[in-house]
Design a binder for this molecule. Structure first.
Ligand SMILES: Nc1ncnc2c1ncn2[C@@H]1O[C@H](COP(=O)(O)OP(=O)(O)OP(=O)(O)O)[C@@H](O)[C@H]1O
Ligand SMILES: C[C@@](O)(CCO)CC(=O)[O-]
Ligand SMILES: [Mg+2]
Length: 386
Protein backbone atom coordinates (compact mmCIF):
# COMPACT_ATOMS: atom_id res chain seq x y z
CA UNK A 1 0.00 0.00 0.00
CA UNK A 2 1.17 3.51 -0.77
CA UNK A 3 0.08 6.48 1.32
CA UNK A 4 0.51 10.06 0.15
CA UNK A 5 0.11 13.25 2.18
CA UNK A 6 0.17 16.83 1.00
CA UNK A 7 0.46 19.91 3.19
CA UNK A 8 0.23 23.58 2.18
CA UNK A 9 2.76 26.36 2.54
CA UNK A 10 1.75 29.62 4.18
CA UNK A 11 2.03 33.37 4.29
CA UNK A 12 2.32 35.35 7.49
CA UNK A 13 0.04 38.39 7.22
CA UNK A 14 1.27 39.90 10.46
CA UNK A 15 3.56 39.09 13.37
CA UNK A 16 6.50 36.94 12.21
CA UNK A 17 9.49 36.84 14.59
CA UNK A 18 7.53 38.66 17.33
CA UNK A 19 5.40 35.46 17.54
CA UNK A 20 8.52 33.56 18.68
CA UNK A 21 8.60 35.98 21.66
CA UNK A 22 4.93 35.53 22.59
CA UNK A 23 3.19 38.11 20.36
CA UNK A 24 0.05 37.42 18.34
CA UNK A 25 0.45 36.63 14.63
CA UNK A 26 -1.91 36.05 11.71
CA UNK A 27 -1.13 33.44 9.02
CA UNK A 28 -2.93 31.79 6.10
CA UNK A 29 -2.35 28.62 4.11
CA UNK A 30 -1.58 29.00 0.37
CA UNK A 31 -2.22 26.68 -2.55
CA UNK A 32 1.40 25.50 -2.93
CA UNK A 33 2.23 22.13 -1.38
CA UNK A 34 4.82 19.59 -0.31
CA UNK A 35 3.75 16.02 -1.06
CA UNK A 36 5.22 12.90 0.58
CA UNK A 37 4.53 9.31 -0.55
CA UNK A 38 5.49 6.31 1.55
CA UNK A 39 5.62 2.67 0.54
CA UNK A 40 7.06 -0.10 2.76
CA UNK A 41 9.32 -2.67 1.09
CA UNK A 42 9.22 -6.42 1.69
CA UNK A 43 11.49 -7.28 4.63
CA UNK A 44 13.30 -9.71 2.36
CA UNK A 45 13.86 -7.01 -0.26
CA UNK A 46 16.91 -4.78 -0.29
CA UNK A 47 16.72 -3.80 3.42
CA UNK A 48 17.10 -0.11 2.63
CA UNK A 49 15.42 3.09 3.74
CA UNK A 50 15.23 5.13 0.54
CA UNK A 51 14.57 8.85 0.46
CA UNK A 52 13.97 10.58 -2.89
CA UNK A 53 13.74 14.34 -3.39
CA UNK A 54 12.10 14.13 -6.77
CA UNK A 55 12.17 17.80 -7.89
CA UNK A 56 15.82 18.05 -7.06
CA UNK A 57 16.81 14.71 -8.53
CA UNK A 58 18.38 13.38 -5.29
CA UNK A 59 18.11 9.75 -4.18
CA UNK A 60 19.50 8.89 -0.77
CA UNK A 61 19.45 5.50 0.94
CA UNK A 62 20.65 3.85 4.13
CA UNK A 63 20.87 0.14 4.98
CA UNK A 64 18.40 -0.47 7.82
CA UNK A 65 21.17 -2.30 9.70
CA UNK A 66 23.32 0.85 9.62
CA UNK A 67 20.43 2.92 11.08
CA UNK A 68 19.96 0.35 13.88
CA UNK A 69 23.67 0.51 14.67
CA UNK A 70 23.72 4.33 14.91
CA UNK A 71 20.29 4.80 16.52
CA UNK A 72 19.78 1.76 18.79
CA UNK A 73 16.64 3.35 20.32
CA UNK A 74 14.90 3.24 16.95
CA UNK A 75 14.13 -0.42 17.73
CA UNK A 76 11.22 0.76 19.90
CA UNK A 77 9.27 3.46 18.06
CA UNK A 78 6.46 5.31 19.89
CA UNK A 79 4.31 6.88 17.21
CA UNK A 80 1.67 8.30 19.56
CA UNK A 81 4.19 10.13 21.79
CA UNK A 82 5.93 12.99 19.95
CA UNK A 83 9.49 13.36 21.25
CA UNK A 84 12.22 15.96 20.73
CA UNK A 85 15.38 14.72 19.08
CA UNK A 86 18.03 14.57 21.86
CA UNK A 87 21.48 16.06 21.12
CA UNK A 88 23.15 12.60 20.95
CA UNK A 89 20.65 11.48 18.30
CA UNK A 90 21.24 14.68 16.32
CA UNK A 91 24.96 13.76 16.26
CA UNK A 92 24.19 10.16 15.22
CA UNK A 93 21.79 11.28 12.46
CA UNK A 94 24.25 13.93 11.26
CA UNK A 95 26.71 11.07 10.68
CA UNK A 96 24.12 9.20 8.60
CA UNK A 97 23.42 12.35 6.57
CA UNK A 98 27.12 13.10 6.02
CA UNK A 99 27.62 9.59 4.58
CA UNK A 100 25.40 10.68 1.66
CA UNK A 101 27.90 13.32 0.42
CA UNK A 102 25.36 16.07 -0.29
CA UNK A 103 26.87 18.62 -2.72
CA UNK A 104 28.07 21.78 -0.90
CA UNK A 105 25.64 23.99 -2.87
CA UNK A 106 22.69 21.97 -1.48
CA UNK A 107 23.95 21.54 2.08
CA UNK A 108 20.83 23.33 3.43
CA UNK A 109 18.97 20.08 2.67
CA UNK A 110 20.89 18.33 5.46
CA UNK A 111 18.52 19.85 8.07
CA UNK A 112 15.45 18.51 6.23
CA UNK A 113 17.01 15.06 5.84
CA UNK A 114 17.91 15.02 9.54
CA UNK A 115 14.28 15.87 10.40
CA UNK A 116 13.12 13.07 8.06
CA UNK A 117 15.32 10.43 9.73
CA UNK A 118 14.19 11.52 13.21
CA UNK A 119 10.48 11.44 12.28
CA UNK A 120 10.74 8.18 10.34
CA UNK A 121 12.67 6.22 12.98
CA UNK A 122 10.60 7.64 15.87
CA UNK A 123 7.31 6.67 14.21
CA UNK A 124 8.26 3.48 12.32
CA UNK A 125 11.56 2.34 13.78
CA UNK A 126 13.73 0.40 11.36
CA UNK A 127 11.48 -0.81 8.52
CA UNK A 128 12.70 -0.74 4.93
CA UNK A 129 10.65 1.70 2.82
CA UNK A 130 10.76 4.22 0.01
CA UNK A 131 9.77 7.80 0.78
CA UNK A 132 9.36 10.21 -2.14
CA UNK A 133 9.06 14.00 -1.68
CA UNK A 134 7.84 16.50 -4.29
CA UNK A 135 7.15 20.18 -3.74
CA UNK A 136 5.71 23.17 -5.58
CA UNK A 137 7.02 25.53 -2.87
CA UNK A 138 10.29 27.45 -3.22
CA UNK A 139 12.63 26.22 -0.46
CA UNK A 140 13.93 28.69 2.10
CA UNK A 141 11.88 31.64 0.79
CA UNK A 142 9.52 32.42 3.66
CA UNK A 143 6.55 30.41 2.39
CA UNK A 144 6.88 27.70 5.03
CA UNK A 145 8.59 24.99 2.98
CA UNK A 146 10.15 23.48 6.13
CA UNK A 147 6.80 23.28 7.93
CA UNK A 148 4.92 21.86 4.96
CA UNK A 149 7.72 19.27 4.57
CA UNK A 150 7.46 18.28 8.27
CA UNK A 151 3.63 18.23 8.25
CA UNK A 152 3.29 16.15 5.07
CA UNK A 153 6.06 13.82 6.33
CA UNK A 154 4.43 13.35 9.74
CA UNK A 155 1.01 12.84 8.13
CA UNK A 156 2.18 10.14 5.71
CA UNK A 157 4.14 8.36 8.46
CA UNK A 158 1.27 8.48 10.96
CA UNK A 159 -1.35 7.43 8.37
CA UNK A 160 0.58 4.18 7.98
CA UNK A 161 1.19 3.65 11.73
CA UNK A 162 -0.71 2.14 14.65
CA UNK A 163 -1.25 5.60 16.12
CA UNK A 164 -4.20 6.34 13.85
CA UNK A 165 -7.10 4.27 12.62
CA UNK A 166 -8.13 5.11 9.07
CA UNK A 167 -10.58 3.68 6.57
CA UNK A 168 -8.26 2.28 3.87
CA UNK A 169 -11.16 2.24 1.40
CA UNK A 170 -11.24 6.06 1.14
CA UNK A 171 -11.08 7.36 -2.44
CA UNK A 172 -9.20 10.57 -3.26
CA UNK A 173 -7.90 13.18 -0.85
CA UNK A 174 -9.37 13.25 2.64
CA UNK A 175 -8.59 14.90 5.95
CA UNK A 176 -7.72 13.42 9.36
CA UNK A 177 -10.00 13.88 12.36
CA UNK A 178 -9.21 16.57 14.94
CA UNK A 179 -7.16 14.38 17.34
CA UNK A 180 -5.06 12.91 14.49
CA UNK A 181 -4.41 16.44 13.21
CA UNK A 182 -3.16 17.41 16.67
CA UNK A 183 -0.77 14.44 16.63
CA UNK A 184 0.49 15.31 13.11
CA UNK A 185 1.03 18.90 14.26
CA UNK A 186 3.00 17.83 17.33
CA UNK A 187 5.33 15.56 15.38
CA UNK A 188 5.76 18.22 12.68
CA UNK A 189 6.74 20.71 15.39
CA UNK A 190 9.50 18.29 16.50
CA UNK A 191 10.75 18.24 12.89
CA UNK A 192 10.58 22.04 12.66
CA UNK A 193 12.69 22.26 15.84
CA UNK A 194 15.45 20.36 14.04
CA UNK A 195 15.29 22.71 11.02
CA UNK A 196 14.53 26.05 12.78
CA UNK A 197 16.11 25.81 16.22
CA UNK A 198 13.37 27.69 18.10
CA UNK A 199 10.14 27.80 16.06
CA UNK A 200 6.96 29.35 17.46
CA UNK A 201 4.89 26.56 15.88
CA UNK A 202 2.81 28.92 13.72
CA UNK A 203 4.06 27.50 10.40
CA UNK A 204 3.37 23.82 11.16
CA UNK A 205 0.02 24.75 12.75
CA UNK A 206 -1.30 26.64 9.71
CA UNK A 207 0.04 23.94 7.39
CA UNK A 208 -1.77 21.27 9.43
CA UNK A 209 -5.10 23.06 9.97
CA UNK A 210 -5.21 25.32 6.87
CA UNK A 211 -7.50 28.40 6.89
CA UNK A 212 -6.50 31.80 8.22
CA UNK A 213 -5.36 31.54 11.82
CA UNK A 214 -4.62 33.77 14.76
CA UNK A 215 -1.71 32.28 16.74
CA UNK A 216 -0.23 33.19 20.11
CA UNK A 217 1.94 31.16 22.50
CA UNK A 218 1.18 27.83 20.83
CA UNK A 219 -2.61 28.40 20.66
CA UNK A 220 -4.55 28.83 17.43
CA UNK A 221 -7.93 30.39 16.65
CA UNK A 222 -9.41 29.71 13.23
CA UNK A 223 -10.61 32.90 11.53
CA UNK A 224 -12.97 33.76 8.70
CA UNK A 225 -12.17 36.82 6.66
CA UNK A 226 -15.20 38.92 5.78
CA UNK A 227 -13.31 40.69 2.99
CA UNK A 228 -11.39 39.56 -0.08
CA UNK A 229 -7.67 39.38 0.71
CA UNK A 230 -5.81 39.32 -2.56
CA UNK A 231 -2.08 39.13 -1.96
CA UNK A 232 0.73 39.46 -4.46
CA UNK A 233 3.73 37.37 -3.40
CA UNK A 234 7.09 38.51 -4.75
CA UNK A 235 10.03 36.17 -4.37
CA UNK A 236 13.28 38.17 -4.22
CA UNK A 237 15.10 34.86 -4.87
CA UNK A 238 17.65 35.88 -2.24
CA UNK A 239 18.35 32.73 -0.23
CA UNK A 240 18.29 32.82 3.55
CA UNK A 241 17.95 30.57 6.52
CA UNK A 242 15.14 30.89 9.07
CA UNK A 243 17.19 29.36 11.90
CA UNK A 244 19.89 32.05 11.62
CA UNK A 245 17.37 34.91 11.30
CA UNK A 246 15.35 33.76 14.33
CA UNK A 247 18.57 33.44 16.36
CA UNK A 248 19.64 36.95 15.23
CA UNK A 249 16.40 38.51 16.53
CA UNK A 250 16.80 36.70 19.87
CA UNK A 251 20.36 38.03 20.18
CA UNK A 252 19.14 41.58 19.49
CA UNK A 253 16.44 41.08 22.15
CA UNK A 254 19.13 40.02 24.64
CA UNK A 255 21.20 43.11 23.86
CA UNK A 256 18.25 45.55 24.05
CA UNK A 257 15.59 43.84 26.18
CA UNK A 258 13.48 46.94 26.93
CA UNK A 259 13.39 48.36 23.43
CA UNK A 260 12.70 44.98 21.84
CA UNK A 261 9.92 44.19 24.34
CA UNK A 262 8.17 47.34 23.10
CA UNK A 263 8.68 46.29 19.48
CA UNK A 264 7.12 42.88 20.20
CA UNK A 265 4.20 44.50 22.06
CA UNK A 266 3.60 46.85 19.12
CA UNK A 267 3.51 43.86 16.75
CA UNK A 268 1.04 42.12 19.05
CA UNK A 269 -1.31 45.14 18.80
CA UNK A 270 -0.90 45.28 15.03
CA UNK A 271 -1.81 41.58 14.63
CA UNK A 272 -4.86 41.94 16.87
CA UNK A 273 -6.10 44.98 14.96
CA UNK A 274 -5.36 43.24 11.65
CA UNK A 275 -7.47 40.23 12.65
CA UNK A 276 -10.35 42.32 13.93
CA UNK A 277 -10.47 44.34 10.67
CA UNK A 278 -10.50 41.30 8.40
CA UNK A 279 -13.19 39.59 10.48
CA UNK A 280 -15.53 42.56 10.92
CA UNK A 281 -18.28 42.85 8.30
CA UNK A 282 -18.12 45.85 5.96
CA UNK A 283 -20.77 48.35 7.03
CA UNK A 284 -21.78 51.94 6.54
CA UNK A 285 -19.36 52.79 9.34
CA UNK A 286 -16.38 51.15 7.68
CA UNK A 287 -16.48 50.47 3.94
CA UNK A 288 -14.28 47.90 2.25
CA UNK A 289 -12.04 50.67 0.93
CA UNK A 290 -11.59 52.09 4.43
CA UNK A 291 -10.81 48.65 5.82
CA UNK A 292 -8.20 48.11 3.12
CA UNK A 293 -6.70 51.52 3.93
CA UNK A 294 -6.32 50.52 7.57
CA UNK A 295 -4.76 47.17 6.66
CA UNK A 296 -2.27 48.96 4.40
CA UNK A 297 -1.20 51.18 7.26
CA UNK A 298 -0.78 48.17 9.57
CA UNK A 299 1.25 46.37 6.89
CA UNK A 300 3.60 49.37 6.62
CA UNK A 301 3.93 49.60 10.41
CA UNK A 302 4.66 45.87 10.67
CA UNK A 303 7.35 46.14 8.00
CA UNK A 304 8.92 49.07 9.87
CA UNK A 305 9.12 46.97 13.03
CA UNK A 306 10.58 43.99 11.14
CA UNK A 307 13.26 46.33 9.84
CA UNK A 308 13.83 47.39 13.44
CA UNK A 309 14.35 43.69 14.35
CA UNK A 310 17.07 43.52 11.70
CA UNK A 311 15.41 41.06 9.30
CA UNK A 312 14.79 43.21 6.23
CA UNK A 313 17.17 43.12 3.26
CA UNK A 314 18.18 45.34 0.32
CA UNK A 315 16.18 43.09 -2.05
CA UNK A 316 13.07 43.46 0.16
CA UNK A 317 13.53 47.25 0.29
CA UNK A 318 13.77 47.27 -3.50
CA UNK A 319 10.39 45.48 -3.83
CA UNK A 320 8.87 47.94 -1.30
CA UNK A 321 10.09 50.95 -3.33
CA UNK A 322 8.56 49.54 -6.52
CA UNK A 323 5.15 48.73 -5.01
CA UNK A 324 5.05 52.11 -3.23
CA UNK A 325 5.26 53.83 -6.63
CA UNK A 326 1.83 52.29 -7.27
CA UNK A 327 0.66 53.28 -3.76
CA UNK A 328 0.59 49.64 -2.65
CA UNK A 329 1.64 48.54 0.84
CA UNK A 330 4.06 45.64 1.29
CA UNK A 331 5.88 43.74 4.00
CA UNK A 332 8.25 40.80 4.11
CA UNK A 333 6.62 37.47 4.98
CA UNK A 334 8.21 34.59 6.89
CA UNK A 335 11.69 35.02 8.28
CA UNK A 336 12.87 37.82 5.92
CA UNK A 337 16.55 38.41 5.08
CA UNK A 338 15.52 37.96 1.41
CA UNK A 339 12.78 35.46 0.57
CA UNK A 340 9.25 36.69 -0.17
CA UNK A 341 7.37 39.98 0.12
CA UNK A 342 3.56 40.38 0.39
CA UNK A 343 1.65 43.20 -1.24
CA UNK A 344 -2.05 43.81 -0.57
CA UNK A 345 -3.97 44.19 -3.85
CA UNK A 346 -7.14 46.16 -3.04
CA UNK A 347 -10.33 44.65 -4.47
CA UNK A 348 -10.99 47.60 -6.80
CA UNK A 349 -7.41 47.90 -8.06
CA UNK A 350 -7.46 47.90 -11.87
CA UNK A 351 -6.02 44.78 -13.52
CA UNK A 352 -3.83 47.03 -15.70
CA UNK A 353 -2.13 48.35 -12.54
CA UNK A 354 -1.57 44.83 -11.19
CA UNK A 355 -0.06 43.81 -14.54
CA UNK A 356 2.22 46.87 -14.51
CA UNK A 357 3.54 46.25 -10.95
CA UNK A 358 4.20 42.61 -11.76
CA UNK A 359 5.96 43.51 -15.02
CA UNK A 360 8.16 46.05 -13.24
CA UNK A 361 9.04 43.63 -10.41
CA UNK A 362 9.79 40.81 -12.82
CA UNK A 363 11.95 43.08 -14.98
CA UNK A 364 14.12 43.54 -11.85
CA UNK A 365 14.59 39.75 -11.68
CA UNK A 366 11.96 39.03 -9.00
CA UNK A 367 9.29 36.34 -9.38
CA UNK A 368 5.61 37.15 -8.74
CA UNK A 369 2.59 35.01 -8.01
CA UNK A 370 -0.93 35.55 -6.69
CA UNK A 371 -1.75 32.63 -4.43
CA UNK A 372 -5.12 31.48 -3.17
CA UNK A 373 -5.15 31.80 0.57
CA UNK A 374 -6.97 30.17 3.49
CA UNK A 375 -7.57 26.76 1.88
CA UNK A 376 -7.48 23.28 3.44
CA UNK A 377 -4.68 22.01 5.64
CA UNK A 378 -2.96 18.62 5.38
CA UNK A 379 -4.73 15.84 3.45
CA UNK A 380 -3.93 12.23 2.66
CA UNK A 381 -4.82 9.63 0.06
CA UNK A 382 -4.14 5.90 -0.44
CA UNK A 383 -2.64 4.14 -3.46
CA UNK A 384 -2.52 7.18 -5.72
CA UNK A 385 -6.33 7.43 -5.77
CA UNK A 386 -6.03 11.25 -5.94
N1 LIG B 1 10.90 19.51 -0.06
C1 LIG B 1 11.90 19.51 0.82
N2 LIG B 1 12.78 18.49 0.84
C2 LIG B 1 13.79 18.47 1.73
N3 LIG B 1 14.02 19.44 2.64
C3 LIG B 1 13.18 20.46 2.67
C4 LIG B 1 12.07 20.56 1.77
N4 LIG B 1 11.42 21.71 2.04
C5 LIG B 1 12.09 22.30 3.07
N5 LIG B 1 13.14 21.57 3.44
C6 LIG B 1 14.11 21.89 4.52
O1 LIG B 1 13.76 23.17 5.06
C7 LIG B 1 14.81 24.14 4.81
C8 LIG B 1 14.19 25.49 4.55
O2 LIG B 1 13.55 25.91 5.71
P1 LIG B 1 13.51 27.40 6.20
O3 LIG B 1 12.71 27.38 7.44
O4 LIG B 1 14.86 28.00 6.25
O5 LIG B 1 12.69 28.16 5.03
P2 LIG B 1 11.13 28.18 4.75
O6 LIG B 1 10.46 27.24 5.67
O7 LIG B 1 10.94 28.00 3.30
O8 LIG B 1 10.74 29.68 5.13
P3 LIG B 1 10.02 30.24 6.47
O9 LIG B 1 10.49 29.39 7.60
O10 LIG B 1 10.52 31.67 6.60
O11 LIG B 1 8.58 30.17 6.18
C9 LIG B 1 15.57 23.58 3.62
O12 LIG B 1 16.90 24.07 3.60
C10 LIG B 1 15.52 22.06 3.93
O13 LIG B 1 16.45 21.70 4.92
C1 LIG C 1 10.19 33.90 11.66
C2 LIG C 1 9.05 33.05 12.15
O1 LIG C 1 8.23 33.83 13.03
C3 LIG C 1 8.12 32.60 11.01
C4 LIG C 1 8.80 31.89 9.89
O2 LIG C 1 7.82 31.59 8.91
C5 LIG C 1 9.61 31.84 12.89
C6 LIG C 1 8.59 31.09 13.72
O3 LIG C 1 7.56 31.68 14.10
O4 LIG C 1 8.85 29.93 14.00
MG1 LIG D 1 10.65 27.32 7.75
Amino acid sequence: MEVTARAPGKIILSGEHAVVHGSTAVAASINLYTQVSLRFSNESNDGLLKFHLKNMGFEFSWPIERIKEVLPESGSPRSSTPRSCPPESIIAITNLVEEQNIPEAKIGLAAGITAFIWLYTSIHGCKPATVVVTSTLPLGSGLGSSASFCVSMSASLLASSDAVNLDLGHQGWFSFGESELELVNKWAFEGEKIIHGKPSGIDNTVSTFGNIILFKSGKLTLMKSSMPLKMLITNTKVGRNTKALVAGVSERALRHPDAMAHVFTAVDSISKEFSSIIQSPASDDLSLVEKEGKLEELIEMNQGLLQCMGVSHASIESVLRTTLKYRLASKLTGAGGGGCVLTLLPALLAKTVVDKVIAELESSGFQCLIAEIGGKGVEICFDGSS
